[in-house]
Design a protein around this ligand. Structure first.
Ligand SMILES: *[C@@H]1O[C@H](CO)[C@@H](O)[C@H](O)[C@H]1NC(C)=O
Length: 222
């Protein structure tokens, strides 16, 4: 079964089936989340239990497997439960990367249930040093070829690069390099790139492209 799950990628479905045994079940809205440090994550779940029982308490377990997350010092002031079973963790740290589980307790003796296998949170630093560079550097003359290159120390690696020009709403190009052949003075402006990986997106600071019109320079000298 494990092999079949792996091959078909049906992890979520098979998990739901396993957990539904005996009428006890916790279903998470997602099985894993990747987020940037400093950001906020929200994860919700639904749970079912045999009829006739009353739920007396619900909480999210600390990765230590015992403590209510709101009582865990490491999460002090950063955890809230909304609507009973939605977990919200703010100001994420890389040390928050862990498996989180929801637990509910009923009035039945031993009527305690923890939703396995939980959901996996991976907290990673944003793409550090996302930067745009211009080649050739120095004076750009109309009609020449200019290449902008985006680089980033992203982990996990960047899946997608997008180029923007300031004051222009739609993206100019996609891909790590953006070449402008036969550049015109209207192409002058500030360019920046966006690096995206599976955890989020990040914009670089901008690079100035200043296109000089050769003819005007010469006529100004005369
Ligand atoms: C980057 O800039 C573009 C264009 O202004 C914007 O649409 C996008 O949301 C920005 N990305 C981030 C991560 O701020």
């Amino acid at each position: 079964m494990t092999k079949a799950v792996h091959v078909l990628g049906l992890l979520q479905i098979s998990v739901a089936v396993v957990l539904a045994q005996n009428g006890w079940e916790v279903k998470y809205t997602t099985q894993s989340i990747c987020a940037y440090t400093g950001s906020t994550v929200e994860i919700s779940c639904t749970y079912t239990y045999p009829s006739g029982l009353t739920v007396t308490s619900t909480f999210w377990l600390s990765p230590d497997g015992v403590t209510d997350l709101t009582q865990d010092q490491a999460y002090s002031g950063r955890v809230t439960y909304t609507g009973g079973n939605t977990l919200r963790i703010t100001d994420l740290r890389t040390s928050d990367s862990a498996v989180y589980r929801f637990r509910f307790i009923t009035d039945q003796a031993g009527g305690k249930y923890t939703g396995q296998p939980g959901f996996i949170l991976s907290v990673t630093d944003g793409p550090k040093n996302t930067r745009a560079t211009l080649s050739p550097s120095g004076e750009i003359v109309e009609g020449s070829l200019v290449t902008l290159t985006c680089s980033s120390d992203a982990n996990p690696p960047v899946d997608k690069y997008t180029w923007y020009k300031k004051k222009v709403t739609s993206p100019k190009a996609s891909g790590q390099s953006y070449s402008i052949a036969n550049i015109r003075s209207e192409d002058s402006g500030e360019y920046y790139c966006e690096a995206e990986n599976k955890c989020g997106r990040f914009n670089s600071s901008s690079v100035f492209v200043d296109v000089h019109c050769e003819y005007n320079l010469l006529s100004a000298l005369n």
